[in-house]
Ligand binder design. Structure first.
Ligand code: PLP
Length: 261
């Protein structure tokens, strides 16, 4: 059976980030996406015009319905949550019978790359979820905000900040160094040691790289791949996405099947 990944994130109707990007990345990882909306945004590729978090009960109802009937769920991926109340409610679902055996990949989305706040309460909203994370995937600004340190400028500081989040209960932390000067290094910080993934910088930038990385990682974990390998594969997927001239042409995605005539 195709492993399922249950995502909770915002709807960005432009498809640059959020649920549409998550679904692409999960399918490309060979997994089945189950997509729950936390917020509806009014958004284009250039800006977030507004964001409307959904009521907590409606987010929880989506998750519970899928966990009860559409499992087994191999991974849960949380992205933009919109409100601290939604984050708390999801933390309370960590031990739901349909979700407790899943790997939980938590992307602590605080702001869009264009600067819009995507969760009320800022980084603190993710506090109750740290202990739920199998893999937490902060970028440099997010790891600084969550760990209460200045933004890391190198691998040593990334490691120190990541270790602080392990101490707060995360099982592992993939600190994304895409905004470092020089080569983009991501660092997987685990209790037993750390592993650096040294990338090659592509010119230019694209939206939704964080959403796609975490979702692809969740898809590979759901397929039974280990954390290190899944992180390496997710990084490769995002590298290909950054190089694609049209992001709707999915690297690694299969062409649609034609029905036999
Ligand atoms: N909009 C939604 C709905 C998101 O979930 C996210 C990121 O998770 C963003 C926007 C931010 O994406 P970007 O920083 O690539 O603009």
């Amino acid at each position: 059976m195709t492993p399922a990944v249950l995502v909770v994130a915002g709807l960005d109707p432009s498809g640059g980030a959020g649920l549409l990007a998550d679904v692409e990345a999960i399918r490309a990882a060979g997994a089945r996406p189950l997509a729950c909306a936390s917020a509806i945004t009014v958004q284009t590729m250039s800006a977030v015009r507004s964001s409307h978090p959904l009521p907590v009960e409606q987010v929880v109802a989506q998750v519970e319905a899928l966990a009860e009937e559409e499992g087994p769920i191999g991974a849960v991926k949380l992205g933009m949550l919109g409100s601290a109340a939604v984050a708390r409610a999801l933390a309370a679902l960590r031990d739901h019978p349909g979700l407790r055996d899943a790997a939980w990949v938590i992307d602590p989305v605080i702001r869009s790359s264009s600067g819009a706040a995507l969760v009320d309460g800022g980084a603190a909203a993710y506090g109750p979820l740290l202990a739920a994370a199998t893999v937490l995937t902060p970028n440099l600004a997010e790891v600084a905000a969550l760990a209460g340190v200045v933004e890391p400028e190198g691998v040593e500081a990334m490691e120190a900040a990541g270790r602080r989040l392990l101490a707060s209960g995360a099982a592992s932390v993939l600190v994304k160094g895409g905004h470092l000067e020089g080569a983009p290094v991501d660092l997987l910080v685990e209790p037993g040691g750390s592993r650096a993934f040294i990338g090659v910088r592509r010119p230019g930038t694209k939206r939704g790289t964080g959403c796609r990385l975490a979702s692809h990682l969740a898809g590979r974990l759901a397929a039974g791949v280990g954390r290190e390998e899944a992180a390496a594969e997710a990084k490769g997927y995002v590298f290909a996405y950054l190089g694609a001239t049209d992001e709707r042409l999915l690297p690694g995605a299969h062409p649609p099947r034609m029905a036999p005539r």
